[in-house]
Design a protein around this ligand. Structure first.
Ligand code: NAG
Ligand code: NAG
Ligand code: NAG
Length: 218
């Protein structure tokens, strides 16, 4: 009887140790995303948006897309001007950062180093990929680094800009930029021309003495 009681106590202790360990470590709901396995993408709760690898040419890029069966719309591309990677590439959340590993290349990081312990990244239904700290404060979000698209609830802060993608099949930096100028104007320029009045080809004509903080699609 006594030995049985001791046995159970031991099991319980082991089990609770396991739990404590799991809470201290950052354990992602999903661990590794593989370019070769679409079932490993990180979906938002309602499956509206996904984060992972998408095909570009014969390789893969990392990004976020609006899920639409065979016609996904890419809304954000990580390190968009880096060469596409092969189907052996993987993404991992490690030491607080999302790391891209592909054979033959040095590991690259999609998100920056954090000075505080983050939780796992969350792919939200807004299309925002967010990293929280232990206190559930946002410490990084893709919405702060738009590439060619802003989504509902996303802001283009003044002096920040979007660059079009090169084409619908190549999400590298393209030929046009759209900047939320601090004078209150939203202005489109050819990306290479520099921001001169002569080169601007579209403007919202919204000069204001008190410039708005940002552009949003709301
Ligand atoms: C996309 O465009 C860039 C810049 O011109 C080029 O280096 C890259 O090879 C292109 N990618 C694909 C998949 O065509
Ligand atoms: C895919 O989406 C684009 C833009 O959202 C649309 O113009 C096009 O018709 C769609 N294609 C198919 C096959 O649904
Ligand atoms: C950029 O990519 C998006 C999504 O794939 C596409 O809808 C859009 O037409 C592309 N832009 C250009 C300039 O090709």
């Amino acid at each position: 009887m006594t030995s049985l009681a001791v046995f159970f106590l031991l099991l319980l202790t082991l089990a609770s140790k396991d739990l404590a360990g799991a809470q201290q470590q950052v354990v992602c709901q999903y661990s590794t995303i593989s370019a070769s396995d679409q079932s490993t993408i990180w979906l938002s709760p309602s499956s509206r948006f996904a984060f992972g690898f998408f095909q570009e040419g014969s390789g893969f890029k990392v990004g976020i897309w609006l899920v639409d069966n065979s016609n996904d719309t890419i809304v954000w591309t990580a390190t968009r001007d880096d060469a596409a990677v092969s189907s052996n590439a993987i993404l991992q959340f490690t030491s607080g950062r999302i790391m891209l590993a592909s054979p033959g290349n040095e590991n690259r990081f999609i998100t920056p180093e954090q000075n505080e312990q983050p939780k796992c990244p969350s792919m939200l239904d807004s299309g925002n990929l967010v990293i929280y700290n232990e206190q559930d404060q946002v410490i990084w979000r893709s919405f702060d680094f738009p590439t060619d698209t802003i989504l509902e609830d996303q802001f283009l802060h003044h002096d920040h800009r979007l660059y079009s993608n090169l084409s619908s099949t190549n999400h590298s930096t393209g030929r046009y930029s759209l900047v939320a100028q601090s004078d209150g104007n939203l202005v489109a320029y050819p990306a290479k021309a520099g921001d001169t009045v002569e080169s601007a080809y579209w403007s919202s004509d919204t000069d204001m003495s008190t410039p708005p903080r940002s552009l949003s699609t709301n």
